[in-house]
Design a protein around this ligand. Structure first.
Ligand SMILES: [Cu+2]
Length: 506
């Protein structure tokens, strides 16, 4: 299991993090539905002696220190999710996720991208405030990395926090392209602040694999706030919906639940997790029976009111930094609360010392609502002078066709709809008039949530915000990054079929 794990002691808490991924031996199980129970048994009996450790980035024992130059090679890769489940995809540097890139805030870096495929590629650095030319979006005018060619991205990373990088090509009807592939990885921007004292630190990316088209919307948004739906139209569009994309094979990093090494902990340890939803298709939930997640940062940005919750929710593109106090000895599954998702592989085993012969336990979490505002301050920021509104609607296309989306009633690219004045702070209101919760991402800027679920809040700064079904949210941002700026839903086929807009500076 490439867990990108780091064990820290108080003495080295201020030292650069040393990363050592562990590559586990896969469990011998047969069917997807058996991941859980058979994987669990294998975990319980697997001797430690079979474990190899190696650096995720470089030779063993190399410290994973911040660097200023990286190379990303784009090429086909196979991923062994489990011993009987090997998939082919495209990845960076032969691994999925790609290497963890660690950089220092404010120190210029060069990323050399080598494209060994037959199609143009874009590498997007998600959550950074960098120019359009290197942001990695075709719509913004970033030049492509040509097929069998190379391109340098040079930029100065800011702000500090848990960022990530991923392909930004379109997929359209090809589910082997764009963010359906393994082209993603963590990008950690180190700042000057002390990250705190944690005994271990783990980077876990949530993924689904082998996506397929379906006419049935199989949503797992049932744990979302059941709040007011201010944007629900009085008369619903009853035309037959078109195709959605779904999957039923899942992993954390490169391993399905039970197929990789567990995370081994000692009672009393504080373990910091960096979660990333690298899915192209679905919002995800996570829970760990008997434990709470202490959320300290959303999308890499520290929250004003850290709080403990039973269940996390991450839309595609979102990150959560949360620590867990290991105070319930046992062997547990950290995974998706939805049985088909967890049993399909979305989870990892947490194993306390001296508990290795116990079967991993799962119990459903208490009823929980995910709510960004509990991590914020209780009143909205002062309203900026300028306002922007975006109304999102889905155009159902019927059986065998792709739904499309409009913004303010128009298809992409909306002409001169969104023109920003440099230096101005805006309140942007999202009106989600669709029957789905969408993770909305603005490139090259940071969004402070001002209102969501009908509640005011401030201080929660994000780059991706999940706006609930028929919900409304307002976010504030400062137009201080001249250049074309892409806005889009982070669900790949929503973006590809119109759920995007280009913001310009006047
Ligand atoms: Cu969407």
């Amino acid at each position: 299991m490439l867990t990108l794990s780091v064990r820290r002691t108080p003495e080295d808490a201020r030292a650069p993090l040393a990363a050592c991924g562990t590559i586990g031996v896969s469990a011998d199980f047969m069917l997807r539905r058996d991941f859980l129970k058979i994987g669990a048994a294998a975990t319980a009996s697997r001797p430690l002696a079979g474990r190899q450790t190696q650096s995720f980035l470089a030779p063993p024992v190399a410290k994973n220190e911040a660097k200023t130059e990286f190379t990303l090679q784009i090429a086909p890769v196979t991923v062994e999710l489990a011993s009987n489940r090997v998939i082919s995809t495209i990845g960076y540097n032969g691994s999925v996720p790609g290497p963890l890139l660690r950089v220092k805030e404010g120190v210029p870096v060069t990323v050399n991208v080598v494209n060994q495929t037959d199609v143009p590629e874009y590498v997007h650095f998600h959550g950074l405030l960098i120019p359009s030319e290197v942001d990695g979006a075709e719509e913004e005018g970033t030049p492509p990395v040509p097929p069998h060619g190379t391109r340098k991205y040079q930029f100065t990373p800011t702000p500090a926090g848990t960022r990530w990088y991923h392909t930004h090509t379109m997929s359209m009807e090809d589910l082997h392209r764009g963010s359906f592939t393994g082209m993603f990885g963590f990008l950690i921007v180190e700042g000057s602040s002390n990250p705190g004292h944690y005994d271990q630190e783990h980077y876990l990316a949530l993924r689904d694999w082998e996506p397929y088209f379906t006419n049935t919307l199989m949503d797992t948004d049932d744990l979302d706030p059941i709040g007011a739906q201010p944007e629900k139209p009085p008369v619903l569009d009853t035309r037959q919906p078109g195709l959605e994309v779904t999957a039923d094979i899942y992993s954390m990093n490169d391993k399905a639940l039970g197929a990789g090494e567990p995370i081994r902990v000692n009672q009393g340890e504080r373990v910091l997790f960096h979660f990333l939803n690298a899915s192209a298709i679905e919002n995800r939930h996570l829970s760990l029976p008997g434990h709470k997640f202490n959320v300290i940062a959303l999308d890499g940005n520290p929250v004003p009111t850290p709080a403990a919750v039973d269940v996390l929710m991450l839309g595609p593109g979102e990150r959560i930094d949360a620590w867990v106090e290991m105070n319930q000895p046992g062997v547990w599954i950290l995974g998706a609360p939805e049985d088909p998702v967890r049993e399909g592989g979305l989870g990892i085993v947490i194993e306390y010392a001296n508990k290795r012969r116990t079967t991993p336990q799962w119990t459903p979490p208490p009823k929980s609502t995910w709510d960004y505002t509990i991590f914020g301050k209780p009143s909205a920021p002062p309203a900026p002078a300028e306002r922007l509104d975006m109304v999102f609607e889905k155009v159902p296309r019927g059986a065998g066709k792709f739904n499309s989306f409009t913004v303010n009633g128009k298809p992409y690219p909306h002409g001169q709809e969104f023109v920003l004045k440099q230096g101005t702070r805006y309140r942007l209101t999202f009106h989600n008039r669709t029957d789905d919760a969408h993770p909305l991402h603005l490139h090259r800027h940071q969004l402070e949530i001002a209102e969501i679920y009908g509640k005011p809040t401030s201080g929660v700064v994000k780059d991706t915000v999940v706006v609930p079904t028929y919900g409304r949210a307002s976010v504030d941002f400062t137009a201080d990054q001249p250049g074309l700026t892409l806005f889009h839903c982070h669900i790949q086929h929503h973006m590809d079929y119109g759920f995007k807009a280009l913001l310009r500076y006047s």
